[in-house]
Design a protein. Structure first.
Length: 437
C-alpha cells in the first residue's frame, strides 16, 4: 500500500510527464504508430473476487477478439493497490501497455500527464460515436472542457449490502435508510464475535470514496472552485470523524478492519462475520464465496436524514472503470479496435453482468439483465444521487494524501487511541500540506 511519501511521487510523476513531450506517448493528437500491428498489451483492473477470476473471465473474450482481428492481446490483471503507481511509472518511463483500465476518478490526473490518447470526435467515431455512452460516464473521463482521456467501460455506484440471515436473527426487518439507523442496527448486530459493518481501512481509494460521500452530506467538497484543497473545513473534518467513529465510538466495525485492503471485508460478510458492507459491485465476489443471491440484499447507502435517492442528498460517488490508450502505443489502430470490441453491446452486456456493474453504453444498459434488484439500486443511484469526485489534475494526490490520513486514523481507532475533532483536523492539515509541497 502507498504511504504519505507517495503523494510527492505522484506530484513529480505528473509534472515530469506533462513537461516531457516524448514520455508516455508523445504529443500528437492522434499519437502512436502501427509498428506492431499483431499484438497488444492490456492492463486490466481487478474487478472480480481475485486476479485469477478476472483472467478466467477475460481470457475467452480476448480470444474472441483475436479470432475476429488476428491481434493477440497479452493480459495482465493489476491489483488496485498497485495500479495507480504502475500507471504513473509508465507515464514517465514510456514503458507501459497499449491499453489499460483506469479508475474514473484518476481521469483528470492522468490526463494532465499528456500520456493518454485524447478521445476527440475522430477517435470516438472510430468506436461507434460518443453518443453511444451515457453522458455522465463520459463526463467522468477527464477535465471539463477537454477531450476525455479515456472511454467508459464499467459504471458503478455504492450500495449497502446486508446479510439477510444476520438481520433476521437480530430482529431487524429492513435495511437502514439513515446513518443513525445504521449505527443502531450495527450495535444490535455487533455481538458474539460478529460485527455490524465492514470496512477496508488500509485501502486509500475506498477511504476517499466513503469520506467524500459523507463530506457531500456535510456540505464539504474538499476543494474550492479554484481547485484549492480545503481538507480542514468543518464539513470535511466532520465527515472523516463520522466515518472513523463507526469503529472508535460506535463500536460496530472490528478493529482488525483497520488493516484490510484486499476485499477482506467482503470475505467476512460472506462468512457471516459482518452483517453490512458498503461496496460498489459485490455480487460476483459473494457468489465465488458460496453465497446465494437470496442470502443477501442491496439497498441505497444511508443518508443523514430522509430517504436515500430523494432530494439532493448524495449517497455515492460516480464510480466506474474507464479504458485508456497510451499515446506511444505501437498498435494504435489495433488499440482502437480493442476498445471498440470491449465497448460493443455484446461485450458490455456480458462483462457488466458478470462483474455486477452497469454498462455505460446506453443500448446495453437497457437490457433486462440490469433490472435485477441489486443492479437496479446501483443504476438508480447513478441516475439520482451520485456525485463525481473532484475532476482536478491533482485528484490522485488527493486520494493518496487524504486516503492515508484516514488510514492512520483507522489505526488510531484500532489501537484505542482517542479520535477527536482536533486529531482528525491535524491529520487532514498534514494531508493538505503534503498536497501543497
Amino acid at each position: 500500500m502507498r504511504n504519505v511519501r507517495a503523494a510527492a511521487a505522484v506530484t513529480l510523476a505528473i509534472s515530469i510527464a506533462a513537461g516531457v513531450t516524448g514520455c508516455g506517448g508523445g504529443s500528437s493528437a492522434s499519437g502512436g504508430s502501427n509498428d506492431s500491428p499483431k499484438t497488444l498489451t492490456y492492463w486490466a483492473s481487478n474487478q472480480g473476487p481475485s486476479i485469477e477470476a478476472d483472467k478466467k473471465i477475460l481470457t475467452p473474450e480476448l480470444k474472441k477478439f483475436e479470432k475476429q482481428t488476428g491481434i493477440k492481446v497479452k493480459l495482465e490483471v493489476v491489483p488496485w493497490a498497485d495500479l495507480l503507481n504502475r500507471i504513473l511509472a509508465a507515464t514517465t518511463s514510456g514503458q507501459g501497455p497499449d491499453v489499460l483500465n483506469i479508475g474514473n476518478t484518476w481521469s483528470a490526473s492522468l490526463q494532465a500527464t499528456g500520456a493518454l490518447l485524447p478521445w476527440n470526435k475522430e477517435n470516438f467515431d472510430a468506436i461507434g460515436g460518443r453518443d453511444r455512452f451515457v453522458e455522465s460516464a463520459v463526463a467522468s473521463a477527464g477535465a471539463e472542457g477537454k477531450d476525455p482521456s479515456a472511454v467508459p467501460l464499467y459504471s458503478l455506484a455504492y450500495a449497502l449490502y446486508y446479510n439477510k440471515k444476520s438481520f433476521a436473527e437480530a430482529g431487524i426487518s429492513k435495511p437502514p435508510a439513515t446513518w443513525d439507523e445504521l449505527v443502531a442496527d450495527g450495535k444490535k448486530l455487533s455481538k458474539d464475535g460478529k460485527w455490524g459493518l465492514g470496512a477496508e481501512g488500509s485501502n486509500l481509494s475506498n477511504n476517499i470514496h466513503q469520506t467524500f460521500v459523507l463530506g457531500q452530506q456535510h456540505g464539504a467538497d474538499f476543494f474550492d472552485k479554484s481547485g484549492k484543497a480545503t481538507f480542514t473545513s468543518d464539513g470535511a473534518v466532520a465527515a472523516v470523524k463520522q466515518y472513523i467513529d463507526f469503529m472508535a465510538k460506535d463500536k460496530i466495525i472490528a478493529p482488525g478492519n483497520a488493516e484490510y485492503a484486499q476485499n477482506q471485508s467482503l470475505t467476512d460478510f460472506a462468512k457471516g462475520k459482518t452483517a453490512m458492507v458498503l461496496w460498489q459491485a459485490a455480487a460476483s465476489t459473494f457468489a465465488s464465496q458460496g453465497m446465494k443471491p437470496e442470502d443477501w440484499g442491496a439497498a441505497p447507502v444511508p443518508v443523514a436524514a430522509g430517504t436515500p435517492g430523494t432530494g439532493k442528498s448524495t449517497n455515492s460517488m460516480v464510480a466506474g472503470i474507464n479504458m485508456a490508450v497510451f499515446k506511444n502505443t505501437k498498435n494504435i489502430d489495433g488499440a482502437k479496435k480493442f476498445v471498440k470490441f470491449m465497448t460493443s453491446d455484446a461485450e458490455q452486456k456480458l462483462l457488466n453482468k458478470t462483474y455486477g456493474s452497469i454498462p455505460p453504453v446506453k443500448t446495453a444498459q437497457a437490457d433486462k439483465a440490469f433490472s435485477a434488484p441489486d443492479l437496479a439500486v446501483l443504476r438508480d443511484t447513478l441516475a439520482k444521487s451520485a456525485a463525481p469526485l473532484p475532476q482536478v489534475p491533482n485528484e490522485s494526490q488527493f486520494e493518496t494524501a487524504v486516503g492515508t490520513a484516514v488510514k492512520e486514523l483507522w489505526a488510531d481507532a484500532a489501537a484505542g487511541r482517542p479520535v477527536t475533532t482536533e486529531s482528525v483536523k491535524a491529520r487532514l492539515e498534514k494531508a493538505q500540506q503534503t498536497m501543497q509541497q
